[in-house]
Ligand binder design. Sequence first.
Ligand SMILES: Cc1cc2nc3c(=O)[nH]c(=O)nc-3n(C[C@H](O)[C@H](O)[C@H](O)COP(=O)(O)OP(=O)(O)OC[C@H]3O[C@@H](n4cnc5c(N)ncnc54)[C@H](O)[C@@H]3O)c2cc1C
Length: 407
Amino acid sequence: MSDLKVLVAGAGLGGLTLAQSLRNHRIDVTVFERDASPWDRPQGYRLHLDADALGAAREVLPADLHAVFDATAQYTEAFTTILGTDLSVIKRLPAQDEHGEGVWPAHDGPGSHANVDRATLRQILLAGLEDTVRFGKTLDHYASTPDGVTAYFTDGSQAHGHVLVGADGIRSAVRRQRAPHGDTVDAGITAIYGRLPRATAEPVVPAETMKDIFTIASDERKVFLGLGCVRFPTSPAEAVERFAPGVPMRDQDDYVVCIVGGRHEFFPNTDGAMRTCSGEELRHIAAETLRDWPTGAADLVRSADPASFFLVEMYTSVPTTLDAPTNVTLLGDAVHAMTPTLGRGANVAMRDGTLLGRALKKVADGQLDLAESLAAYERDMLAYGFSVVREAARVGQRRMAQNPLPE
Ligand SMILES: Cc1cc2nc3c(=O)[nH]c(=O)nc-3n(C[C@H](O)[C@H](O)[C@H](O)COP(=O)(O)OP(=O)(O)OC[C@H]3O[C@@H](n4cnc5c(N)ncnc54)[C@H](O)[C@@H]3O)c2cc1C
């Protein structure tokens, strides 16, 4: 074990990827997570992973956990399906056509896109870190000196290390101090997420929905219905039993996530009124939003599990710079949060986790000093991170009338 001691605020996908990487490099790491447990709040459903996250999983996970990851990932065909409002297929867009300004990872061969279940992925990333992750610890602020960083928590406790990493998501407390000029803004979009069993969706939606990355239909208002399948080649519980017995895992059945979204004005959310709606009420609003479409789309939404629905009001970060490196840095949504148009935020957060893990290894090995190594990490992370933020905003504007990013 090296002498370097790393503190991480936030046990999301980015923070946990970093923790797995540091564990491999035998670097002392403690992760502080605000939630009381991994099951404290719903974390969402399907996640699209591309070469960034798939590469990160390969790099940081031990072989048994990677086998669980692989066995539970649905490797998709590299297409997005575009539907009419009657749910008939208009076209299939090859993923490489979406590369736009080169912000999607370049390789698009078989196995380069996967749909995975977010909770399953988080459990895989948490495995083996039981002594590393402290739940119920909310970072309030930190104090940085040339000798190290002290993190102060809302329960009055504190921790001291050589480096603090803010992996604490879009409302990052670490960013508030490290980059107070870093801003997030309303993207103008409301969305309602729910899920239905695969067997319910399969007879109603085109076959492409079950094998492509994502399926989307939209109308002249740019109100959209998005569908994404999660099919477990091996169920999470069976995969754990086969490859990593003893790893805690909640089982899941195959499902299709459905998202109804559009500009705020198409939803009855004045003064945040929808924030207190039950799942059933949200399902009703989602179906009503599609009332002028042929009936199949609203019926599909109505067939989803009422308890599964939740509200997302979309925000995006505004590309910025970081002041000269200190012993405090940021990763993932804490610095470059984006709208989910491209399904890339988790990918970039996991890429950050591996890149920062490698940068800290160079410090632990005495190859670079901390400021030098963090400067190289931040330069690369900000360049690719904010180029994806810009691309997500550009595509979001075109597809769902997202607000343009401020100048
Ligand atoms: C509906 C939706 C669908 C999405 N779909 C995709 C997709 O298909 N593919 C994709 O790549 N991305 C997707 N994203 C984006 C993706 O979810 C995020 O980019 C990703 O979760 C960012 O990971 P993170 O680790 O940076 O932050 P988070 O996952 O937000 O994790 C931050 C963690 O920090 C904790 N925390 C917060 N404050 C504190 C504090 N003060 N102290 C301690 N802990 C704290 C939080 O509880 C949380 O656990 C989607 C996002 C949404 C909203």
